[in-house]
Design a protein around this ligand. Structure first.
Ligand code: CA2
Length: 156
């Protein structure tokens, strides 16, 4: 009997969310919108599916846990989309762990950090990101997935 050809399944996109994003949609809707994080996850899963991709969607309030998630993404993902939230402005540890990745990294912010307070203008993540999406609210996550799909298509 002929052997079935092996299906090479693309690894999931890791979508990582930093501190306080678990509260999305419940406070400061004028800045971050009304969409909750579970709703963002559902939208992302659907968008990834349209591209024939899948996601692992995580949120943590702990810097070290985010570092662990990024390390896991080294071998377990086809790309990383990260909204580092407040840690983007402060964390060399997250920058160091992102620097070890060989997969594309898209930084995603709901708000345009450059239109906001000066202490939000620097992002360490931007220094290693393949691309950046910001200021588009929850839709930005979907555009980040589109970008990943396009990058993976080109690099196949
Ligand atoms: O615009 C973004 O996505 C940010 O990464 C959000 C962070 C902020 O520190 C960055 O400068 C920009 C804050 C996430 C906190 O999310 C909240 C959600 C609901 C209510 C209050 C904060």
């Amino acid at each position: 009997m002929a052997k079935k050809p092996k299906q090479s399944k693309t690894l999931p996109i890791y979508i990582l969310n930093g501190p306080n994003l678990n509260l999305l949609g419940t406070r400061e809707p004028e800045v971050y919108g009304y969409t909750t994080l579970p709703q963002v996850e559902k939208m992302c899963a659907e968008q990834a599916k349209r591209h024939g991709l899948s996601i692992v969607f995580l949120q943590s309030n702990l810097e070290g846990e985010i570092v662990d998630q990024i390390q896991e993404a080294r071998t377990g993902s086809c790309a990383v989309i990260i909204n580092p939230a407040g840690y983007g402005h402060t964390s060399i540890a997250i920058l160091d762990s992102l620097q070890m990745l060989k997969v594309p990294v898209i930084e995603c912010h709901l708000s345009n950090i450059h239109k906001r307070e000066p202490y939000r203008h620097n992002s360490y993540v931007s220094k290693v990101a393949t691309g950046i999406v910001m200021g588009l609210g929850a839709q930005g996550y979907l555009r980040a997935i589109d970008a990943v799909a396009e990058i993976l298509k080109v690099s196949k």
